[in-house]
Each structure stands twice: as C-alpha cells, then as structure tokens.
Design a protein around this ligand. Structure first.
Ligand SMILES: N=c1c2ncn([C@@H]3O[C@H](COP(=O)(O)OP(=O)(O)OP(=O)(O)O)[C@@H](O)[C@H]3O)c2ncn1[C@@H]1O[C@H](COP(=O)(O)O)[C@@H](O)[C@H]1O
Length: 109
C-alpha cells in the first residue's frame, strides 16, 4: 500500500529523535526541546496569519500555502516530540465530521 506523505513524514520525524542534531533540522529541534519547537509553531502561525492578509490583498495564495505547510510541519514536529502523530488529529477531525460546530461547542459544557 502506498503511504501518504503524512504517514511518511511521521515516520521520518520519529526516526529523527535519535539522529545526529548537527545533520538534521528535525533532530536539532528535538534536541533543543519543546520550548524551541513551540517558539517555531508560534512563529509559523504568525507568518501564516500575515500571509493570509497579504493573500486577501493581492489575490495570490502561493505564499499562504507555503507558510501553512511550514505551520503544519512544525505542528507535526510538536506532536511527534510529545509522542503523538498526525493520525490522532485525523481521527479527531473524523469524530467531529458532520457534527455542527455550534452543537459540538454546546456539548463541551
Ligand atoms: N517538511 C519539512 C520542512 N518544512 C520546513 N522545514 C524547515 O523549517 C525551517 C523553517 O524555519 P524558518 O523559515 O524560520 O527558517 P530558519 O530561519 O532557518 O529557522 P530558525 O533558524 O529561525 O530556526 C527551515 O529550516 C525549513 O527548511 C522543513 N524541514 C524538514 N521537512 C521534512 O522533514 C524531513 C526531515 O528533515 P531533516 O531533519 O532536516 O532531515 C525532510 O525530508 C522533509 O520531508
């Protein structure tokens, strides 16, 4: 069976936990620890927001896609660092699928 890019990426991110931090960006993030990873997630989130505002102005989503990929990637590194993976996020989205956001919010209380 062909693995999706997210499955392949999860496997690489997990393997990088034990790799040399001088030869891999992901290993260097794992090595620096959670605070550095969270700093990158925050930075990429802000860059994504700014790219969305630019995209609204100029009608071109190319940089927004690029920044969103950076945000997704660093979010996956964060999950991996804490022992999680993309599949858990997909399962949560699947659980919510078809459930109105308003009903779901009401059910949280
Ligand atoms: N998808 C990505 C990916 N997306 C973005 N990035 C890196 O994320 C960083 C983005 O941060 P910035 O834009 O802030 O760049 P920067 O200024 O260099 O970062 P800082 O010095 O501020 O930390 C860049 O270094 C990008 O190269 C990625 N690095 C790796 N991957 C995947 O992860 C795999 C493993 O990567 P390595 O661990 O480096 O082998 C790769 O084969 C890819 O599949």
């Amino acid at each position: 069976m062909t693995q999706s890019i997210l499955e392949q990426l999860d496997a690489v991110l997990a393997a990088r936990k034990a790799a040399d931090p001088t030869s891999s960006y992901v290993s260097s993030l794992h090595h620096k620890g959670l605070n550095k990873i969270l700093e990158k997630v925050g930075e990429e989130a802000i860059e994504t927001v700014l790219a969305a505002k630019d995209a609204e102005q100029n009608g071109d989503n190319q940089n927004l896609i690029y920044e969103t990929a950076d945000l997704w990637f660093h979010s996956l590194v964060m999950l991996s660092h804490l022992g999680g993976n993309h599949q858990q996020v997909l399962e949560e989205l699947a659980r919510r699928f078809g459930l109105s956001g308003l009903d779901e919010k009401a059910a949280r209380k």
